[in-house]
Design a protein around this ligand. Structure first.
Ligand SMILES: [Zn+2]
Length: 246
């Protein structure tokens, strides 16, 4: 049977209230909805950034394809120009006929290649528009994500400040408490979900919220004031008379 000064038993309830508050702040810190907002925006940002990379690759591939198509057209055009120059310079009838038919073939070839060039240009234009849209969406999400991250940081800083106040107050309230009582409190608190001490109100333990049986209550009430008593149900330290004026 351990004993502790009655005042220490009562003060332990205040320490418990501060420990409970600290646990609530820690819970709020861990479960704050701003974490979720930041995580969702970060995930959307990663998706859209990857889409931007894909789109940029497509655009650069198409730019290369367009350069190639332009070179193809240019090659046929310069060949046709050379043929035309030879024809204009006055070729013999046989050569003239060959050159004329080659020029016709080159004209058809050029038309076909210009069609390819045009088609590539159209695709490039569509992809450039898509890339611009994606880039602007990325910038929007980035801005939202940064704002949400700043908001989260602010919320956490506020909670940290509250936690620091609670720690300071707890330190002050716990100073000089009976060491045996504190050791018991810490042990029970670790076993009982963070609550090591509770008030006895009437017959009810405020720790487990159960009504104790009358003989236990009689036993507890009959025990010397300085004796540290425990709840029969949850084994928490019970503080008597916390509800009565002292
Ligand atoms: Zn209890």
């Amino acid at each position: 049977m351990s004993t502790a000064p009655v005042a220490d038993q009562h003060r332990l309830l205040e320490v418990q209230a501060l420990d409970t508050r600290a646990a609530q702040i820690a819970h709020q810190r861990a479960k704050h909805p701003a974490h979720q907002t930041v995580a969702e925006l970060s995930s959307r940002l990663a998706d859209v950034e990857s889409a931007v990379v894909t789109s940029r690759t497509a655009v650069s591939d198409l730019r290369r394809e367009l350069t190639k198509a332009e070179q193809d057209v240019e090659q046929v055009r310069s060949r046709a120009n050379r043929d035309q120059a030879r024809l204009d310079a006055g070729a013999n009838a046989k050569d003239a006929q060959a050159l004329t038919s080659e020029l016709e073939a080159l004209a058809r070839r050029q038309a076909a290649l210009e069609e390819v060039e045009l088609e590539v240009m159209e695709r490039l234009e569509a992809h450039e528009t898509a890339l611009a849209d994606l880039t602007s969406a990325r910038d929007d999400i980035l801005e939202q994500q940064q704002a949400a991250a700043a908001e989260l940081e602010k919320v956490l800083a506020e909670l940290d400040e509250q936690a620091a106040q609670v720690v300071a107050e707890r330190e002050q309230r716990a100073a000089g408490l009976d060491a045996g009582l504190v050791a018991l409190y810490d042990r029970v608190r670790a076993q009982q979900g963070g609550v090591g001490v509770a008030a006895l109100r009437g017959r009810r333990c405020e720790g487990c919220r159960l009504e104790l049986n009358p003989s236990d209550v009689e036993h507890i009430k009959a025990a010397p004031e300085e004796q540290v008593v425990r709840c029969e149900e949850c084994s928490r330290i019970l503080v008597r008379g916390a509800d009565a004026p002292r």
